[in-house]
Design a binder for this molecule. Structure first.
Ligand SMILES: Nc1nc(=O)c2c([nH]1)NC[C@@H]1CN(c3ccc(C(=O)N[C@@H](CCC(=O)O)C(=O)O)cc3)CN21
Ligand SMILES: CC(C)C(=O)C(=O)O
Ligand SMILES: [Mg+2]
Length: 277
């Protein structure tokens, strides 16, 4: 399994990091078999697999439950789990307890937290306690209420300077990598250049050290509208709904099951069924 130091080396040698989210046994297994470098158990699971309107309702128990399933499906891949809304803001003790549960019970290799500001001191508390942290700046979906929607961040020079400052502080606080979401490509390039830790982009252009996408967006599973920054590489919706519709049609038209999907009893047994009557 790759370690945090391997991701640093990948940045130094210019090998891009391919990260994808996964939320359960089959998505984790497929991701590992496809050679992804990092699996993110993202709190986006609240939206793509639990059907909430945002990531805000997701709980620590949801994250642990899904991380355990992912671990069973991808035993040799580095797993990062999102700390959910409000589990790393109240105080150091609550933050460390929540992260420890994710690492010890969920068996994640690292946690991810959104934001600069007061979150920086939590990143320091976590890393000095031995928990690897991936930081997340730019569009931070847990603060969607404050941001006023899922919008591109860091578009003005002032906002961009603030983000660069926050990114440097994340590195200083001990983060081993940084996710940069929905920012102009020029800003993402600048951040990647100034940091020695890898910058993993989502909607941040090509001049970063790696990319991350939501599994269900990437293969078009369940979702019908995807953000502009997504490229869909397969259409699972079409494939699966085609199969399901055919199944329904064949059940109704008595074409399924066929003989080959059916079990039979031997004639000699059948003759004494119900005492032969
Ligand atoms: N399926 C899914 N994919 C994601 O990437 C994702 C989630 N869910 N849930 C959590 C967050 C929310 N994210 C989102 C959701 C929507 C946009 C979006 O619609 N953005 C607009 C740009 C808006 C602007 O112009 O400022 C777009 O058109 O892409 C962006 C990020 C990213 N994350
Ligand atoms: C979009 C990625 C970076 C994420 O945080 C998630 O999937 O929850
Ligand atoms: Mg997330």
């Amino acid at each position: 399994m790759k370690q945090t130091t391997d991701f640093l080396k990948m940045k130094e040698t210019n090998e891009k990091i391919a990260m994808v989210t996964a939320y359960d046994f089959p998505t984790a297994k497929l991701s590992e078999e496809s050679g992804v470098d990092i699996i993110l158990v993202g709190d986006s699971l609240g939206m793509v697999v639990l059907g909430y309107d945002s990531t805000v309702p997701v709980t620590i128990n949801d994250m642990i439950h899904h991380t355990k399933a992912v671990k069973r499906g991808a035993k040799s891949t580095f797993i990062v789990t999102d700390m959910p809304f409000m589990t790393y803001h109240l105080n150091r003790e609550a933050t460390l307890t929540a992260a420890a549960n994710i690492i010890q019970d969920g068996e994640a290799n690292a946690v991810k937290v959104e934001g600069g500001g007061n979150v920086i001191q939590m990143i320091e508390a976590l890393t000095t306690s031995g928990i690897p942290v991936m930081a997340h700046l730019g569009l931070t979906p847990q603060t969607v209420g404050v941001l006023g929607g899922y919008k591109v961040q860091g578009k003005t020079a002032e906002a961009a300077n603030q983000l660069i400052e926050d990114a440097l502080k994340c590195e200083e606080a001990g983060a081993f990598a940084l996710v940069l979401e929905c920012v102009p490509k020029q800003l993402a390039k600048e951040v990647s250049k100034r940091l020695s830790i890898p910058v993993i982009g989502i909607g941040a252009g090509a001049d970063v050290d790696g990319q991350v996408l939501v599994f269900h967006d990437l293969v078009k599973l369940g979702v019908d509208r995807v953000p502009k920054f997504v490229k869909t590489y397969a259409d699972a919706n079409e494939l699966i709904s085609k199969g399901l519709k055919e199944y329904v049609r064949e059940v109704k038209s008595l074409q399924f099951p066929e003989e080959k999907q059916t079990f039979t009893m031997k004639q000699e047994e059948l003759s004494t069924l119900y005492g032969g009557k």
